[in-house]
Design a protein around this ligand. Sequence first.
Ligand SMILES: [Zn+2]
Length: 313
Amino acid sequence: MRSQRILLVSLSVLLVSSLLPAAQKPLFTLHEVGKGIWAAISPDRSKAGANAGFVIGDNGVAVIDSFQNVAAAKELLAAIRRRTNLPIRFLVNTHYHLDHMTGNGVFADAGAVIVANRNVRAWARTDNLKFFGPHPTAAEREWVKSLVLPSVTYRSGIALYLGKRELIVRHLPGHTGSDSIIAVPDANVVFTGDLLWGHHLPNLIDASTDKWIETLDTLGRDYPTATFVPGHGRISHRAGLLAFRGYLVALRRDIALGLQQGKSGDALVDAVRPELEREYGTWGFFAYFAKPDILYTAEELEGKKKLPGGRVN
Ligand SMILES: [Zn+2]
């Protein structure tokens, strides 16, 4: 009886949330994580698709990422305008995935110079097609080709200035090969893009988990007390960074063991998934990413993984 009631309650919660009109479902919520530094955190299944943020300096604003939805980007621009009339000087894309750059045009139109690692520009209009499956429609192809690209690129990093306020942008490997973090040293805040997922399983479609673990060590060493704004999931600190590192290490260890036992495909997933679920079953996106994370990482450990730009890991 009790379990029936719990089932009914949870079903009705699901129904109510899926029936809510879009206007009542927030695309994102804003959190001031340092003076003039705002994290836009999007709930799971929000049309915004990812987190973003902005930094207000003395003479302008820098935006970090532009969501996977133009309406969400416009709402972020409106939120900035409610807080300051300073010009939007920069938009930094943390990597090339659709969910972080679809709204680029909104900020370009508002006057921002779009800045990113050079692989964002190289891959955005080609490698994003894979998110539409093996047979993208003509409309989907057109959409990917219309993504607004960064007009300033760098190889390893760049410093941006909003008057006295300094933003240090650093390219770091692991998630796609096009990723950057944006550190605001005067406030001890770091926007990590998808190099960190806050209490969420990551998308490993383009990942090199060996390099990624090294990157997480670099972040832990260089920013030991920072507030991290992740690409997905909750605002985090050192503990969240270490927990996320732990997931990648556990994944690699459990898969290596399964491969040693001659397992592959569904048998490998069946062997590894329950182990992961014990520790990480409460994390966001577990149901969605556990299986692909296992299969992608098995390819990586076997040296067969295809990476963007035609590379193999
Ligand atoms: Zn993302």
